[in-house]
Design a protein. Structure first.
Length: 269
């Protein structure tokens, strides 16, 4: 008689093979890196990550030394002077981690603006015109912002500021957010409405990342998208560009998990 393993046994066997599978995948990846066209392997990515950390620390040390020197110069001046000169601002060269943090701030601002507009408008749309919220027109309309954003980026005559980036994210995410909120308001009851709304905003959050990276590549001299594009344009720097893409993917996954965590009901005591 054939027996099947119990769920408990399967659960114990699963994590046991997880680490060897990851190690095997890394070994195969490193082996493929030695073949043409020689893509960056795990060792090269790790080396570039260490170098980026060193560059970030060096920039922090340079900033600290600048302010310490300015402070010593002020203390050495004559105390009877009418006015001491102001310490000039340090002109920091943005590092990879500075640009990553800047992009995180931008995407959170764009997503918050989109949610602020989409949640009340989507709920009103569901309540007042249920057929519009549920019909195929809304489902088709959420596909339109992507080409509109691409057209706006291609036709933009010059780099834009933060307001331009927020406008691009709003253009690319508002209709999908309206669709998700309307669908949540139509299907959820009052008890789990907040959880359903957060579920409906997962796609706009992912789109906000995509639109922001494209906008930073086309319009901005700073940000993670600009870093990826600039590193791709340099010979032998594909590992850094791949690291930028990996960090963008990891940040998107973590923000998605955070959004899901906010939607989970609190445990009962």
């Amino acid at each position: 008689m054939k027996t099947t393993p119990s769920p408990r046994l399967s659960a114990r066997l699963g994590p046991r093979w997880r680490l060897p599978a990851v190690l095997l995948a890394l070994v195969l990846w490193q082996g493929l890196a030695g073949l043409p066209p020689h893509p960056p392997g795990p060792l090269q990515l790790g080396g570039q990550l260490v170098q980026l950390l060193q560059e970030h620390k060096a920039e922090q040390d340079r900033e600290r030394a600048f302010y310490q020197a300015e402070l010593r110069q002020r203390l050495a001046q004559d105390e009877t002077a009418a006015a001491l000169p102001r310490i000039p601002a340090f002109e920091r060269t943005p590092t990879f981690f500075d640009q990553l943090l800047l992009s995180l701030q931008r995407v959170l601002a764009g997503f918050a603006l989109t949610a602020l507009l989409a949640v009340p408008a989507g709920l009103l749309l569901t309540r007042g015109r249920r057929r519009i919220a549920a019909g195929p027109g809304m489902s088709m309309a959420r596909l339109l912002p992507a080409p509109l954003v691409l057209a706006a980026l291609l036709l933009s005559p010059q780099p834009g500021g933060t307001s331009t980036l927020l406008g691009c994210m709003l253009l690319g995410c508002l209709v999908p957010a309206l669709h998700g909120v309307a669908r949540a308001g139509r299907q959820a009851d009052a008890g789990n409405l907040a959880q359903a709304l957060l579920q409906g905003l997962r796609l706009p959050l992912a789109l906000a990342w995509l639109v922001l990276l494209l906008a930073e590549m086309a319009l901005q001299p700073q940000g993670l998208g600009h870093f990826i594009l600039s590193e791709l344009g340099q010979d032998g720097q594909s590992a850094r560009a791949l690291l930028g893409l990996g960090c963008a993917l990891l940040a998107a996954v973590l923000l998605d998990r955070l959004l899901l965590g906010l939607g989970q009901p609190a445990p009962r005591p």
